[in-house]
Design a binder for this molecule. Structure first.
Ligand code: ADP
Ligand code: MG
Length: 364
């Protein structure tokens, strides 16, 4: 009775609470997931990011009823998987479409037959229905002219699209995708996730997509970041807001706003702002690895203009220079501001390997 009420109350298709997971036994026993809690709403597209080895695949396979839950609660479509019987787990798997890094197509079967395989589980559909459904699905992933092709006759992107068709054809309520773009080039990767996004939104499917491909983060409604087996709330908040933040920062009005704000600050408050900005930029760069991103560089350059100007004011100096190391380009980077000038501070870039600059960089 209580359990039934809880299920009715939560309603979300994926509810993970307080999950720990261990691999190995005895002295080799090692904890991989630590008190992981995640809740995903119906129709939501969530991206799970995190460094290699952080436990993403482990978490995904627990949610997919492909691995036994050891501790904590994993409730999928209202079914508790901790302690679930094999038949209940199998029932849950029927409502999940899986897409893996390597497409896992059967090489002896053509595209249509590969998709049909996944539909056989649905005993209520006739052969004719299954064939039609497979074809329709391949059409919606843009492979209408490839129905009879075998995996070896298809490109990486096309194979992954067959895998998507196969995962979606059975009308799953949840899609679990583990690095589906890992083996694809930039453009096919983008096409594949956009397709997944469109189909998921069309059919109201809940999607959990594991990736460390920063280029596709924008398709997510929400981003969850896993690090060393723990859900990282701060980092995930930063990541989740990346897209919005980039848009905000790109706005031209931004420079004026920040400039006015900083100009009016007393010295101690300015120091706080400076520290906070440094920390935020660092966090941001670590999370999204986009130090070479144009929008970010533009924003950074504007921020440095403003800060350098402020330093001139505070110190009552004629000129001030702000020095940074651009490790990516192996350059020493300086911004110079002059008192009374509101023009953009000139920028100086010198290779890190030469002259006094190089010596200072190498020796500290
Ligand atoms: P990710 O998908 O984020 O790269 P995984 O969930 O695959 O991480 O792995 C998390 C950690 O668990 C890694 O250190 C990995 O070596 C270890 N691991 C994964 N699968 C097994 C297994 N079957 N047996 C023992 N250790 C495993
Ligand atoms: Mg993995």
């Amino acid at each position: 009775m209580t359990a039934a009420l809880q299920v009715a109350a939560s309603g979300d298709p994926i509810v993970v609470q307080g999950v720990d997971h261990f691999y190995g036994a005895g002295a080799l026993r090692k904890q991989i997931l630590f008190d992981v809690s995640v809740r995903i709403a119906a129709g939501e597209i969530v991206i799970l990011t995190g460094p290699s080895g952080s436990g993403k695949t482990t978490l995904l396979t627990l949610m997919g009823a492909l691995r036994s839950v050891q501790s904590g609660s994993v409730e999928i479509l209202g079914q508790e998987l901790n302690g679930a019987s094999a038949s209940r787990a199998a029932k849950v798997r029927q409502d999940i479409g899986y897409i893996f890094q390597s497409h896992n197509l059967l090489s002896a079967l053509n595209a249509t037959q590969n998709v049909q395989m996944a539909l056989r589980l649905h005993r209520e559909w006739s052969r004719g229905e299954i064939r039609k459904r497979a074809r329709d699905m391949l059409e919606s992933v843009g492979l209408a002219d490839r129905l009879g092709n075998y995996p070896r006759q298809l490109s990486g992107g096309q194979r992954q699209r067959v895998a998507i068709a196969r995962a979606l054809a059975a009308r799953p309520r949840i899609i679990l995708a583990d690095e589906p773009t890992a083996s694809l080039d930039k453009q096919s990767g983008r096409e594949v996730v956009t397709l997944m996004q469109n189909l998921a939104k069309r059919d109201g499917v809940t999607v959990l997509l594991v990736t460390h491909d920063n280029r596709i983060l924008d398709i997510a409604d929400r981003i969850i970041h896993l690090e060393d087996g723990r859900v990282h709330s701060l980092t995930s908040a930063v990541t989740a807001n990346t897209q919005r933040m980039m848009e905000l920062l790109a706005e031209q009005t931004r420079r004026g706003d920040l400039g006015r704000h900083v100009a009016g600050l007393p010295e101690d408050e300015f120091r706080d702002v400076l520290e906070k900005a440094t920390a935020e930029c660092q966090q941001f760069l670590e999370v999204v690895e986009m130090s070479q991103n144009e929008a970010f560089e533009g924003m950074l350059s504007q921020m440095l203009d403003i800060f350098t100007q402020k330093i001139v004011d505070i110190m009552g100096a004629e000129r001030a220079a702000l020095f940074l190391v651009d490790a990516g380009r192996e350059q020493f980077y300086a911004k110079v501001a002059t008192a009374g000038s509101s023009e953009h501070a000139p920028e100086i870039r010198v290779p890190l390997t030469s002259g006094i600059v190089g010596r200072v960089y190498q020796t500290g």
